[in-house]
Design a protein around this ligand. Structure first.
Ligand SMILES: NC(=O)c1ccc[n+]([C@@H]2O[C@H](COP(=O)([O-])OP(=O)(O)OC[C@H]3O[C@@H](n4cnc5c(N)ncnc54)[C@H](OP(=O)(O)O)[C@@H]3O)[C@@H](O)[C@H]2O)c1
Length: 271
């Protein structure tokens, strides 16, 4: 983050930090979408299970600084912040490379960048809809690919990708968001298979409705959950090498039913 932003004692901007070796037991975590409530809950949960050093990448300096302080309070000894816009794909390789070298390496990455955009079917604002696809699919996809490349070059690592149950089947309630998440989800699963032998583990996380800034003001869907619950399930999934998880877990079975519903039936469901 540019100078002028004040950080707490353990928080440094990436520009101020230099590469260094950390103890083998310290997990170096990269967060793409560093102000995401779900991602921050995941890092706090990882920190509860073992010491983490973290790089938060995002587009809003003030929110990143707040996020860094919250992770400090959660016990993270070192939190770097670094600017990143998902839509500026041409800068991703350089920004990620810089953040990882400042962190001194990379063990775990969380791809959390996302926007909900306009709900419903045919968008009223097509440009805004394309922006949703730009951020959620092209932006997040670019970040995922560059992260995977860095990990493969570095000998392996773990990537948690925040997909959604919306990725599983197109529905009238969220046509554009669902399409973008379906693309990202598919990219993540394909990469997970291809990079398995290179030691890169990709975990696809499919939460349902999570109470965060993204969904504030919306009517909660059935089986709604919290960022902390997604965090615990993600940390468990990373530990056991899972490929796809649903949060809450019961959504796996609900979505299995929805996946096989005839389109004529699903078409009648508007929410
Ligand atoms: N909440 C849910 O119900 C739910 C359910 C399923 C999946 N998810 C997915 O989980 C992920 C995290 O969501 P959340 O609930 O934690 O919401 P959130 O707090 O709003 O997090 C979204 C993150 O994406 C970042 N972002 C958006 N556009 C960006 C851009 N152009 N460049 C860089 N960063 C950008 C936001 O940064 P700013 O602070 O700058 O806005 C924020 O850090 C998202 O991918 C979301 O689609 C959420």
């Amino acid at each position: 983050v540019s100078s002028g932003v004040e950080h707490g004692a353990g928080v440094q901007s990436a520009e101020q930090a230099s590469p260094r070796a950390v103890g083998a037991d310290v997990q170096r975590v990269l967060v793409l979408g560093g102000s995401s409530e779900i991602a921050l809950a995941i890092v706090a949960e990882l920190q509860r299970r073992g010491p983490c050093e973290v790089a938060l990448l995002g587009r809003d300096e003030a929110r990143l600084s707040d996020a860094a302080r919250s992770l400090e309070r959660a016990g993270c000894a070192r939190v770097l912040t670094h600017p990143l816009d998902a839509r500026e794909r041409g800068s991703h390789a350089e920004e990620l490379g810089r953040a990882v070298s400042a962190l001194g390496g990379l063990d775990t990455a969380i791809v959390a960048v996302g926007v909900l955009g306009e709900r419903g079917g045919m968008p009223a604002d097509i440009d805004a809809a394309l922006e949703t696809i730009d951020v959620n699919l092209l932006g997040a996809g670019s970040l995922l690919l560059h992260t995977a490349a860095l990990m493969r070059a570095g000998g392996g690592g773990r990537i948690a990708v925040l997909s959604s149950v919306a990725a599983e089947r197109p529905r009238r309630a969220n046509v554009v968001y669902g399409a973008a998440k379906a693309g990202l989800d598919s990219l993540a699963r394909g990469l997970g298979d291809d990079l398995h032998e290179d030691g890169v583990h990709v975990l696809v996380v499919r939460p349902g409705f999570v109470h965060t800034r993204m969904t504030s003001g919306l009517r909660a869907a059935p089986l709604s959950t919290t960022a902390d619950a997604v965090a615990r399930a993600t940390a468990d999934g990373l530990e056991r090498g899972a490929q796809t998880i649903w949060v809450p877990a019961a959504l796996r079975w609900l979505m299995l039913v929805i996946r096989f519903l005839p389109r004529q039936v699903l078409r009648r469901v508007r929410s």
